[in-house]
Design a protein around this ligand. Structure first.
Ligand code: PGA
Length: 253
């Protein structure tokens, strides 16, 4: 259903159904266009989706040989082989299980000697491949997408950002020691994300209920809520489970 926000909302019962539904859409895109360019996200939310992609690849043989991927972000200061890096996350949850060609998987380099040049190069690479066909996104409790924290201009492109305390706290669960959570990241900007032809936004659990309520019911499109930029995009689908939609109530009807 199209909500008043302009965002298409697919309501599912729980995390498992969200994962299956998101995977189904990604698989359909890849089967229709085997040379698709996918934008990928990390975090807890897409783990189940990736598990479903792997299962489908193993059982049904969907091929990723011609697929190109660009991840949203990477922590500054973590090397690709650091188990906390998003490079390692993608290897563990997805890439090593698929027939994807490593030369066509891209994440920003968190160890780049010249981060600004790294950011410009990343944008250029996305552009050269013809842009992102389907971007998978999570959403932070503060409304960030990628690591674009509140206040980030809508015109932003791939850049180095400082993480807010709220984001560092939310991501602590993935680190043994809270102090290990990096303070900076390289992230696609909001303009970069907005240029994707189609966007799949995933939200699961009661923790996301307040931000999903804000996204779907607040009037304003504002950098204070970075995800609100998605309301002016023509092809955004939010897949959200009951808990994430629990504060939206009848405004979806
Ligand atoms: P999560 O992160 O999937 O771990 O909740 C989402 C995000 O911060 O974008």
């Amino acid at each position: 259903m199209i909500s008043k926000s302009g965002i298409r909302v697919v309501a599912v019962s729980d995390y498992e159904e969200l994962s299956r539904e998101a995977a189904r859409r990604i698989i359909a895109a890849v089967r229709q266009h085997p040379a698709s360019v996918l934008g990928l996200a990390t975090g807890s939310t897409p783990e189940g989706t990736y598990r479903e992609l792997v299962r489908d690849h193993q059982e049904k043989g969907t091929s990723y040989r011609r697929v190109t991927t660009f991840n949203l972000d990477e922590y500054v200061g973590l090397a690709a082989d650091n188990p906390h890096s998003y490079h390692a996350y993608m290897e563990q949850h997805l890439f090593r299980h698929l027939d994807i060609s490593r030369e066509r998987t891209h994440l920003p380099d968190g160890m780049a000697g010249e981060p600004e040049a790294e950011c410009r190069g990343y944008e250029e690479m996305i552009r050269k491949t013809g842009g992102i066909d389907l971007q998978v996104l999570g959403i932070g409790v503060n409304g960030h997408i990628g690591f674009n924290e509140p206040g980030t201009p809508f015109s932003s492109e791939t850049q180095v950002v400082r993480l807010t305390e709220s984001t560092r706290q939310a991501n602590q669960i993935h680190f043994e020691d809270p102090k290990q959570v990096p303070t900076h990241a390289i992230t696609m900007g909001l303009a970069t994300i907005f240029r994707s032809r189609s966007i799949l936004l995933l939200a699961s659990g009661a923790k996301k209920a307040p931000v999903i309520r804000r996204l779907l019911t607040e009037a304003e499109i504002t950098p204070a809520l970075p995800a609100s930029i998605l309301r002016s995009h023509r092809d955004v689908t939010l897949i959200a489970d009951q808990e994430a939609l629990s504060q939206v109530g009848s405004s979806l009807d």
